[in-house]
Write a protein that binds this ligand. Structure first.
Ligand SMILES: [Cu+2]
Length: 193
């Protein structure tokens, strides 16, 4: 109420002189435009995952919706938590942000995050993926088995994917398809419940 009575004379003034003082007008025009964009970014739950040379997905902090098992120390002296699984609600929007920590060249060390449809054998999928080097280890004849995936991230790079969690509850396998990484333990379960 007080704001309105304060603004009214200004609005009357502006309409009277055909848009004089821009300083008064600016907050009114910019606020509604920037707010929805900010809200959209902040609303999506984001899980920051780090891929390390030990061929593991790790995280920096505990979170009640992710499961961890033990710690791992990397060559740069950082200690991380080993990521085992991620919990999510059916239909939820989720962002996976994957950063690779490595000093190795991309040909030797890069990671991705691939979420498979329920029931797809991750070992079988990773075997097929090793033959798909020219397509960043995404086997083109198996795209029907994938719900979503990130690009490959080499050392120092971050990739992300935002997607909708399937409605069907249960466990979905995720893995890194860089050769040897699945068998090295770069895998986990997305638990939808
Ligand atoms: Cu990997």
């Amino acid at each position: 109420m007080r704001l309105f009575t304060y603004l009214l004379p200004i609005l009357l003034f502006l309409s009277a002189c055909g848009g004089g003082e821009q300083q008064q007008q600016e907050p009114q025009t910019t606020e509604p435009e920037t707010q929805p964009a900010q809200a959209q970014t902040e609303d999506v739950r984001t899980i920051d995952i780090i891929g390390v040379d030990q061929m593991k997905y790790v995280v920096k902090e505990e979170d009640e919706l992710i499961g961890t098992a033990g710690t791992i120390k990397t060559s740069n002296g950082e200690t991380y938590l080993l990521l085992k699984n991620i919990e999510a609600d059916p239909g939820e929007q989720l962002r996976i942000r994957l950063t690779t920590v490595s000093d190795l060249p991309s040909s030797a060390m890069a990671h991705n995050w691939i979420l498979l449809k329920m029931g797809v054998d991750p070992a079988d999928f990773s075997k097929a993926a090793t033959q798909a080097k020219t397509n960043d280890y995404i086997p083109q004849d198996r795209t029907g088995d994938i719900i979503t995936h990130t690009d490959l991230a080499a050392g120092g790079e971050t990739v992300e994917v935002t997607f909708t969690i399937p409605e069907e509850t249960g466990e979905y396998d995720y893995l890194c398809s860089f050769p040897g990484h699945f068998t090295g333990g770069m895998k986990g379960k997305l638990v939808v419940q």
